[in-house]
Design a binder for this molecule. Structure first.
Ligand code: FAD
Length: 314
């Protein structure tokens, strides 16, 4: 590592500390630059030490999960990126459900629950995020969301190292939002789950997976739904009705399979995705008077500029 803060962190932590770590491979869009400093705390004690060091620093902090809802700037992240590694990915039983570490992949959690006939988390089976990201975003699908089953979460303040167990009401989970701020790290989450029928749980998971592969371009470079659905409508319907399926900017394109998914191709930049989001918002506003709110988040610096939408290639 280079720089004073990097050296301080490397000396204070047992986990990984790296300068200029490429972030693209850590996101589903596979776009964007490097982290000025990248830190993977080895365990809870390490995470506390990290927060203690950061308390005294004025440095932008980005908590990274599985990067499935994020577009990282081409210029990277000009501060510290914290990613919880495998030591935060354990799942264990609780008296009435389970406790999952923030780094646990959502499909793994869904399968863990299914094997024990615990019902309610089937909807997570095809969401490629982590438990931490899912709590922060109140991830949801198929008329279910984290909020319905979450009992509490352990949350740490990155500037102060205060660790608190917060009940679901205190987390104020709403439609793809929560009270978890960008300076807080979810460390684990406790879900209350009733016992169900193993066969039915499996069948629901299979159906959800099938539905995905038929209706969404899951394997391509994307970060799921680009916009939140406005009240009473579907963002994808509006984008499609504005005639924007297949239209693109640079290497980013509105998916033809589902207009609320924007796909990046080789050679795309994060700025292309940003510009496409901006252009599509403007068109939908113009056509229907609806202001779509992005569901995906952009990390780092982007330029506001108006680029023409290119015609559909198909
Ligand atoms: C193919 C595909 C399908 C998807 N389908 C769905 C869907 O059906 N429903 C849905 O809701 N989402 C969906 N998503 C979006 C995404 O998977 C979810 O938002 C997921 O919860 C994000 O988790 P993550 O770990 O990848 O978070 P990241 O993308 O890494 O981060 C997202 C946000 O959460 C914060 N964050 C991450 N980890 C933590 C943590 N430990 N503590 C505090 N904050 C944290 C980040 O700082 C950021 O603000 C989809 C994405 C893809 C690529």
């Amino acid at each position: 590592v280079t720089g004073a803060l990097g050296r301080t962190l490397a000396a204070a932590l047992r986990g990984r500390v790296e300068s200029d770590r490429p972030l693209a491979p850590l996101t589903t869009y596979r776009l964007g630059g490097t982290a000025w400093l990248f830190v993977e705390p080895a365990d809870m004690a390490d995470l506390r030490s990290l927060a203690e060091v950061l308390t005294a620093e004025r440095v932008p902090v980005l908590v990274l999960g599985r990067g499935s809802n994020l577009v990282v700037s081409d210029r990277g992240w000009p501060g510290v990126v914290i990613r919880l590694g495998s030591s935060f990915a354990s799942i264990r039983g609780a008296p009435e459900g389970l406790v999952a570490g923030a780094a646990a992949p959502l499909p793994t959690v869904a399968n863990w629950a299914a094997r024990r006939a615990l019902e309610g988390l089937e909807f997570l089976v095809a969401i490629p995020g982590s438990v931490g990201g899912a709590v922060r975003m109140n991830a949801g699908a198929h008329d279910a969301a984290v909020a319905q089953h979450l009992e509490s979460a352990t949350v740490m303040d990155v500037a102060g190292a205060e660790v608190k167990r917060r009940a679901v009401d205190d987390l104020a989970l709403g439609y793809r939002r929560s009270a978890v701020t960008s300076r807080e790290i979810v460390v684990d989450a406790t879900f209350a789950l009733p016992r169900g029928e193993a066969d039915q749980i499996r069948a629901r998971m299979d159906a959800y997976r099938r539905h995905r592969s038929e209706t969404q371009p899951g394997a391509a470079q994307n970060a799921g739904s680009v916009f939140k659905n406005p009240p009473g409508d579907a963002a994808g319907r509006l984008v499609e009705a504005a005639g924007l399926k297949g239209r693109g900017i640079g290497g980013a394109r509105v998916a033809t399979l589902h207009a609320n998914f924007f796909i990046a191709s080789n050679g795309a930049t994060a700025q292309d995705v940003y510009d496409l989001v901006r252009a599509v918002r403007a068109r939908v506003k113009e056509a229907f008077g609806v202001e779509l709110e992005p569901e995906i988040s952009f990390a780092g610096e982007f330029e506001d500029r108006d680029r023409e939408l290119e015609p559909s290639s198909r």
